[in-house]
Write a protein that binds this ligand. Structure first.
Ligand code: C2E
Ligand code: MG
Ligand code: MG
Ligand code: MG
Length: 281
């Protein structure tokens, strides 16, 4: 029908395009203000040791607490921050806040997501090591999660950054494995310390007759390369059982805990470390 209406419609397409750009600019300004003000929020989701069933780490996930506005999902505001040149600031803010919270949970690993764009920044590694040092956090307990996009788009910069992190004792994990190009080569060439199987592969087990086989083959591949595997998005006991049997050593999902603020996670998993009243005899 658009074709029949001719010129008039193309103008209204342009209007729609302009409206979208205005909307984006407004949202970007709001995000910038949030970063300059209270900052972006951080939620924490437990990572469970598959052998012991105990918490062994937490993943930090950015949250945008919008006063008076509808919630915006991380996938949306992270992309907005990337387009608007705000991702370096956002990323370092999440890292700083996550390290401060994780210090209260001794011996627990901390995983923080990193945008591929951040790895392109030549001072990225220096910033990460300086923030980690300032927080007094053991770098060996820190893992940065990256998706494979950067490895394809900017292999040289990515390699330099990943090598730098490794020398500082920081681990790097390949996030969302199996939902993109499933770059088997990259897993080895870039020396990843861990692979995270994407939620979609776990959900496929219940939906698609070959889902279980694909999932098990993916985990077997990582096992063959001696790369430990985390499965994300586990919602049922059946999924957890299959993953344990397949050789997955770390489990994450709503079955074990949703992403929550630091105080809530501390109360759920580390009640002993919560501040207590001193009782005098
Ligand atoms: P991700 O790194 O793959 O994080 C896992 C996502 O799966 C999170 O979504 C988490 O809430 C969700 N999830 C965990 N368990 C379950 C489950 O059992 N069922 C379902 N349905 N979902 C589950 P979230 O928090 O919306 O984050 C989405 C993505 O946004 C993240 O995916 C990550 O790529 C990105 N992101 C989040 N925080 C940051 C950040 O600080 N920096 C960067 N660069 N990206 C971030
Ligand atoms: Mg992640
Ligand atoms: Mg993931
Ligand atoms: Mg994912």
């Amino acid at each position: 029908r658009a074709k029949d209406m001719g010129r008039g419609v193309s103008v209204s397409y342009e209007d729609a395009f302009d409206a979208e750009k205005r909307q984006e600019a407004m949202l970007e300004a709001e995000l910038r203000a949030q970063l300059e003000g209270d900052g972006i929020g951080v939620a924490f989701q437990p990572l469970i040791n598959a052998a012991t069933g105990r918490i062994c780490g937490v993943e930090a996930l950015a949250r945008w607490p919008r006063s008076g506005g509808a919630a915006i999902l991380p996938d949306v505001f992270i992309a907005l921050a990337e387009r608007g040149g705000l991702i370096d600031t956002l990323g370092m803010q999440v890292l700083t806040k996550a390290l401060a919270a994780a210090r209260a949970w001794p011996g627990i690993g901390l995983s923080v997501n990193i945008s591929p764009l951040q790895l392109k920044n030549p001072s990225f590694v220096a910033q990460v090591t300086s923030i980690t040092g300032a927080a007094g956090f053991d770098p060996h307990l820190l893992t940065l999660e990256v998706t494979e996009g950067v490895l394809i788009a900017h292999p040289e910069q990515a390699r330099r950054a990943l090598d730098g992190l490794k020398s500082a004792g920081i681990k790097v994990s390949l996030d969302d494995f199996g939902c993109g190009y499933a770059s088997i080569g990259a897993l080895r060439q870039f020396g990843f310390d861990r692979m995270k199987v994407d939620r979609s592969l776990i959900q496929a087990v219940d939906r698609d007759e070959n889902g279980g086989a694909v999932l098990q083959a993916t985990i077997a591949l990582a096992n063959a390369l001696r790369i430990p595997v985390t499965a994300e998005g586990i919602e049922t006991e059946e999924q957890a059982m299959l993953l344990r049997l397949s050789g997955c050593d770390e489990l994450q999902g709503y079955l074990y805990g949703r992403p929550v603020d630091a105080a809530t996670l501390g109360g759920q998993f580390f009640p002993a470390s919560a501040p207590r009243k001193v009782v005098r005899a």
